[in-house]
Write a protein that binds this ligand. Sequence first.
Ligand code: ATP
Length: 444
Amino acid sequence: MEKIVSLCKRRGFIFQSSEIYGGLNGCWDYGPLGTELKRNLKDFWWRRTVRERDDVVGMDGSILMNRQVWVASGHENTFTDPMVDCRNCKSRLRADQLTEKNGRKQCPVCGSFDLTEPRAFNLMFKTYVGATEDESAVTYLRPETAQAIFVQFRNILEVSRKKLPFGIAQIGKAFRNEINPRNFTFRSREFEQMELEYFCRPENGLELLEYWLQERLRFYRDIGLPSESLHVHKIPPEECAHYSKGTYDIEFAFPFGIQELEGVAYRTDYDLTQHQLASGKPLDYFDEESKQHFIPHVVEPSAGVDRTMLALICAGYDEEVVTDEKGKSETRTVLRFHPRMAPIKCGVFPLLKNNESLVRRAREIVDQLRREMMVFYDETGAIGRRYRRQDEAGTPFGVTVDFDTIGENGPALRDTVTVRHRDSMEQERIAIKELPAFLSERIR
Ligand code: ATP
């Protein structure tokens, strides 16, 4: 994990937030490569969940909402973690993350047994809306994106004219004042979620829970997480929320353990019912066939952007010893991202930077490709060094413009380039005019 954290900083995937002031615990900034990776992940989720389907529409809700939303959803009263204080070292700890010795709970920081009784700590960040800081102005930063979907259910049903089953999808920031942010970005205080609320008839809920579990597993495989690193944990009924008729956690084998990436939960009609009761506004569905009104049930796949990114980086990280033509061995660090997730799709390199024709041709290729994908032009250092730098960034393809390209060795290879593959390090010769199609096909 240490190597991954250091690569993330060194190459500009992830920085500590407000680093020059000592940081802010549980908050992270994404640098140039991290931002591209995040975009690719969110875009692919959106494409799979919304654009490629007839039965899902999108929305983008506000982060601040009327406090009553959080009262009705149950978050104001029950969105808590049990917290204990260590009287010895003053650490604040989550009661379910204490260590145990001879059956006694122990502080994981200093080892002391002198702990307070657990008490409920609400994870929502409280804030005030407007100029007066009194109780009437209180609201919270949303701890999940889902509630905006429930409270807009009626509006979206009307404008989209969808029939059950149909879903509403949203990607956005969420905030939780976690007691112990840890494991790099895995547990942060500010993070992003990708959530789908898939509304259905009560009789289809259980079957759709299984369907969405399989769909979501397919998604994780399609972004390049190996099947063997993914685990499904069926939450035992006694541990499910009281309204849930079934919940699965999709987990990933991180270097620090097997941990949750996403929850897929069948939440029955709990959320819409709560909001209908509290707001007094109808949130039901009129079924034209049976001429009946009822509150739809819902299946919710709820994924974390930041956790999935961390999984992609952990799964992609590799070191291998390679030997060059002169017999010299070195360790190459490579991020083996699936091309569709890779922040930069293609590096473009003129063999020499002081040859005007090579540079011009390479620049032309960059201009041609950048309309369709993220490309990176690099002219400095030996070509091997440039390849290594892109290996570390996870760039799947490298294009080199050499003397053959500009026809100096005869007409046979004029207007062709070398394409080097990151994983196998194999090279092939491709005509420049074929290049956009060659690359687009592989990164889609
Ligand atoms: P955990 O048990 O790890 O606290 P949770 O079960 O409370 O997570 P959910 O409420 O189901 O999480 O949230 C859905 C998803 O949102 C999680 O699967 C995770 O990917 C993401 N998520 C939740 N909390 C955090 C956090 N503090 N930091 C980063 N991502 C988070």
